[in-house]
Write a protein that binds this ligand. Structure first.
Ligand SMILES: C[S@@+](CC[C@H](N)C(=O)[O-])C[C@H]1O[C@@H](n2cnc3c(N)ncnc32)[C@H](O)[C@@H]1O
Length: 227
């Protein structure tokens, strides 16, 4: 039976395929394999590649795909990130539930092993569990444009989701943009009620963190000066 997606994963999936169907999904950190099974069964992709750094989740993913009849349209690798999985034109890469540092390291390795012409056609849909600021910093430095940022709320937990594409053109990012997100800031300024509540939560989190983190302390001083 095709597994139902959680609210969070369903939001990740709609963002990943907001541009329409894709030839291939690469799900990095696939764990249970639900996303790939769902994307294949609903015709969002023709093929799927799943990777997980640990053997047990990689096996779980493989079992899920086989049991649902997708052996010939999918493959699963036990590997770190995208190591050993060359990117192809039009790929949609999803990384959900990994940390932002881990994601940036995975993308950095992919950058050095993939021609820019291919990279520019790849969609990255990311739901970092932590350290989203590190990911946005990496995007700005390496030239990944953030096309969309949204927040998924499931069982009282707030999950930011980003969609990005590679342009190769680096840009400046303010501290506010780094920690709150350039697209989310625009939504906040447009008085989006969900984002207003999300920013209030971020304010509380960063106020606490400012006590032991110089950069966040500077961010919060700038923020209180501007409001
Ligand atoms: C919290 S689970 C998230 C599973 C699924 N993506 C989701 O969002 O429901 C994170 C998974 O990523 C895997 N993982 C962590 N770091 C990884 C890496 N560098 N490369 C591949 N898989 C990784 C873990 O083994 C685990 O199965």
């Amino acid at each position: 039976m095709i597994p139902a997606l959680s609210v969070r994963l369903s939001d990740v999936c709609s963002e990943a395929f907001s541009g329409g169907k894709a030839p291939r999904l690469i799900d990095v950190g696939s764990d249970h394999g639900h996303l790939a099974c769902y994307a294949l069964s609903s015709g969002l992709v023709e093929t799927a590649v799943c990777t997980d750094i640990h053997e047990a989740p990689a096996k779980r993913t493989d079992t899920c795909l086989r049991q649902n009849g997708f052996s010939d349209r999918s493959s699963t690798y036990c590997t770190d990130g995208l190591d050993g999985v060359p990117l192809c034109e039009g790929d949609v890469v999803v990384m959900a539930g990994l940390g932002g540092n881990n994601m940036a390291d995975i993308m950095e390795r992919a950058l050095s092993s993939t021609p820019a012409s291919v990279l520019k056609t790849v969609t990255w849909c990311l739901q970092p569990q932590k350290s989203i600021e590190r990911l946005r910093e990496f995007f700005a430095k390496e030239g990944f444009d953030i096309l969309e940022e949204k927040v998924s709320v499931e069982k009282g937990i707030w999950y930011p989701i980003l969609r990005a594409v590679y342009t190769g053109v680096p840009y400046d990012l303010s501290l506010y943009g780094k920690y709150y997100g350039p697209v989310l800031i625009r939504k906040f300024e447009d008085r989006d009620p969900l984002i207003i509540e999300y920013f209030a939560r971020l304010d509380n989190r960063y106020k606490l963190r400012a006590r032991g983190d110089e950069e966040v302390s500077k961010l919060m001083s700038e923020r209180s000066a501007s409001t």
